[in-house]
Design a binder for this molecule. Sequence first.
Ligand code: MCA
Ligand code: AMP
Length: 401
Amino acid sequence: MIVCRPEDEGSVRPLAGSAAVVTLGMQGDGTVLESRPEAPAPVAVRGADELAAILYTSGTTGRSKGAMLSHANLLSNALTLKDLWRWSADDVLIHVLPIYHVHGLFVALHGALLAGASVLFHRGFDPEATIADFARATVLMGVPTHYARLLTSAGLIPVDCSPMRLFVSGSAPLLAEAHERFFARTGHRILERYGMTETGMITSNPYDGERIAGTVGYPLPGVEVRIRDAGGSLAGSDEPGVLEVRGPNVFKGYWRNPEKTAEEFRNDGFFITGDVATQADDGRVTLVGRAKDLIICGGLNVYPKEIEEAIDPLPGVAESAVIGVPHADLGEAVVAVVARQAGAQPSEPEIVAALADRLARFKQPRRVIVVDELPRNAMGKVQKAALRAEHAGLFAAAEAN
Ligand code: MCA
Ligand code: AMP
């Protein structure tokens, strides 16, 4: 069955083959327009281990990888979260996330669908429209940028959010300060959880117990987590290392990419997340960094290598280093430090303009800084940590002005 907007029906039908086409849309005045199939479509029977979805996720190599998720992967995570977060048919979810990522597509929608709850589907994220729905909804799921924007919205004080029972945050780190400020404004402690496209959700702060800001809570029931230090041994409690995960939620591998699949799994079935974490004696996990060179901007992932590969061939550019810099709204913002070729004068506007049709908007650097040369260590490696430290205040300064 294909569900599309009424205005797209003409272009979708020729592609539909034997699938039923159902249309669903809304007029400006809020009237729902829907068509139903002439006859109910036959239900296709699928095995638990069969492929349910291939979700593309970017990689350090610059090329996207298709994560193969089975029906069992999706179902196990959905059933676990339904119990853990107490979904019921009385719930009303405010849906503000894109439905092309695990967060909006599975975590939010599956919970609601499995419980038979209702969904208030927003076309995009508007803080005022979201706050207006707090009076008639029970659950909100968002990335930290959503909460940062709710907090800068005047509408949040005073606000009737009496029906609301659960605010979830994930996809990027939620600042402890945002957690506290949200509590002070609304009386709700945001529940932070952690996951990945390849694994669905891995850990969650508790529904009843203490939700500690800056931690991502405990491994979900049935999900095993372990942490390996830099030497490859299992880390002791509170010692940092790369988090590995195994369980019914973990994907089957990358589509037509057995080499990459083999690289990211251990022989005993644990998947290497690339996130650096610590685990306390009681099992609580805290993310402390990333082993993968990844920037998370407004909940969307940007791999520096892809951006550097777009910048390096531009006229007058010798080389570039792309970093993430703290940004109050987006969490991290993409910044490119560009070393010019001797005698050349590439400018920020020129580079920005050249990238406009080469990179998706969210991957485009917010600032380009042109320098004579990039800092390197004794091994000749570009010192990104030094660049991050040097430019850490870039957006803080802009906001203060
Ligand atoms: C939009 N822009 C961005 C971003 N989003 N730039 C950088 N990073 C972004 N994330 C651009 C727009 O194109 C626009 O460009 C300008 O910034 C201002 O747009 P604005 O209107 O402020 O943006 P928006 O449309 O309101 O979007 C912000 C957003 C959105 C609502 C935070 O980025 C979003 O929905 N993020 C959530 C992504 C998500 O679902 N992540 C989960 C994936 P111009 O100035 O040219 O107009 S991770 C996942 O699924 C795992 C499993 C997990 O753990 O959840
Ligand atoms: P994606 O590849 O889009 O599925 O993004 C997954 C990555 O998002 C993880 O590997 C983490 O680095 C990050 N992530 C997800 N949830 C959180 C969280 N609560 N805090 C910090 N980082 C997170």
